[in-house]
Design a protein around this ligand. Structure first.
Ligand code: DGP
Length: 125
């Protein structure tokens, strides 16, 4: 089944400048901005500029340049916030996908969470 991208999602609107955001970093292929509903002292979302629904969509269909630009953007955010595991207290990267992943916004994003102990990755159901 093809991936269906809805360009009316909230992150598409942010990319078009229709909704403001608190930008942390930007390059040709990615935008990083603070999550409006932060769940940790540092909670940054990194999104590709292209129309990708979720992580596996991006990983399978994005160009090499997009994948490099997006991945390097996550590294820049870690550097800018002083989180890198070799110099800071660490962080967590999460990307939710689909119903079981409880993805609310259907434009690929990774959450970078940091600034406090984050506990174990998952609670038992
Ligand atoms: P997810 O459940 O993985 O799809 O997370 C979506 C995140 O997006 C959630 O943590 C809240 C955040 N969010 C939703 N709307 C906005 C918005 O308009 N601006 C910003 N900066 N973040 C938003």
């Amino acid at each position: 089944m093809p991936y269906i991208y809805d360009d009316q999602n909230i992150f598409a609107k942010i990319l078009r400048g229709e909704i403001p955001n608190d930008t942390v970093f930007e390059n040709d292929h990615a935008l990083a901005f603070r999550d409006l509903y932060a769940q940790a002292p540092d909670h940054v979302l990194v999104i590709p500029k292209g129309p990708y629904v979720c992580y596996d969509h991006f990983a399978s269909e994005a160009s090499d340049a997009e994948i490099i630009g997006f991945t390097r953007a996550t590294a820049e955010v870690c550097k800018l916030l002083g989180l890198a595991a070799n110099e800071g207290d660490g962080y967590r990267v999460i990307s939710n996908a689909g119903e079981n992943g409880v993805q609310e916004v259907l434009h690929l994003h990774v959450h970078i969470l940091a600034g406090r102990p984050l506990g174990r990755m998952l609670q038992k159901a």
